[in-house]
Design a protein around this ligand. Sequence first.
Ligand code: AMP
Ligand code: ZN
Length: 467
Amino acid sequence: MAIRFYNTLTRSKEEFSPLEGNTVRIYSCGPTVYSYAHIGNMRTYIFMDSLRRVLKRGGYGLLHVMNITDVGHLTDDGDDGEDKLEVASREQKKTPWEIAEYYTGVFMRDVDALHISRPEIIAKATDNIGEMIEFVKELCDGGFGYEISDGIYYDISKFPEYGMLSRLKLDDQLSGARVEVNSEKRNPADFALWKKAPKEHIMQWPSPWGMGYPGWHIECSAMGLKYLGNRFDIHTGGVDHIPVHHENEIAQGWGCCGEIPAAFWLHGEFMLVDGGKMSKSLGNTYTIAQLAERGYSPLDFRYLCFNSHYRQKLNFTFEGMDGAKRSLANLRRAVSAHRGAGENFDRARLDELKAEFDESVFDDLNIPRALGAVWGMAKLDGKNDEIFRAIVDADTILALDLDKEPEEEAVNDAADPEADEINTLVAERAAAKKAKNYAEADRIRNELASRGIRLTDTPEGTTWKRE
Ligand code: AMP
Ligand code: ZN
């Protein structure tokens, strides 16, 4: 069955086939590890995982690279501001390497807990500085890069196609962005390939231009080239990368190798919180660990993501989380009724639903529709193990542990000697939450946690149990 993806470059759904052989070469922009990844970031990696699983189902092999940005790039996408890793390092009194290692560890644990299958190659920027320097040298030799007093810059007047991905004119791109006033640059939108480091900058490496550190965009270009070659099949990232980061990667790839680095550019839409932007810098973010504290499992969150197509915005609310948690439990319950059963059922309808599942996932990763087909299978009249097996097969894409017995809800233990007091505290916490006094609600939760009592918020109310 043909696989089709929406290609941001052409603004259309195109039939996919690998450039060479049967192995699909993919590059995904990875996390910047100066703080915790939030659930919006994780949505983008869940989309990346769906892509991997669907390609495998289509019979392809994968060679997939994701970078870990452990060199602090600057505070915005341009070349301005303070290095985020160094800021975190100063605040937490740790070296940037320690900071990066810590947050990389947390990120990889979240990845595993969310059943995001790991790319074949996970490459740290700091392990590839030599490749980045070579790339910048290549650009300078070809006339695309030039040196000024604070670094090496890309001369975008040499690439008239600049803007081909975002379809924005340079003026429009510039009007939204903070652009460093630097009279030495040839064009206002020229971006840094390599920055010369002031002495106090902790992370710096020797280069033909003295001690310095790479620009963010060159990281991805150099690692893509090293592991996947001049031109590979698919590049992924969030939609925020379209206008600057990926535009710059295209410009760099063209300057170095005379090719657009990837054939397909796939972008995941943003997750919003209560209808507004969520970002580390706005401080309105949640992590997978924070969701767990509130009683939502990583797979509850994964289910939530599957309610929307990856190219649609997804508005995160706790009501939505409650719904996802409830639906996943209900689905597992419905699935488990089929396990080992032998009743009569409508086999033709099951075949239709199986076909609908495949059509959906191969049609630009339409996971919400595919999930609907799985619900259709689970709800078929007549319980039968064949239905169970069809759902387990679909779960190689969804990875929601649909073959797992639904979890027993935590039960309040009336025989517990402290039951009355705990119930009172739980009620006080519910009242505090209702009054939007979240600090008080969290205080009560923490007090109970310190006594070994775990709360689980469910749509029907809060339950508790002793760990
Ligand atoms: P960062 O660590 O900030 O470079 O982001 C890692 C990935 O998460 C990138 O692919 C971003 O495009 C993506 N991302 C950032 N914010 C959001 C969001 N609110 N919703 C979905 N993806 C996001
Ligand atoms: Zn990137």
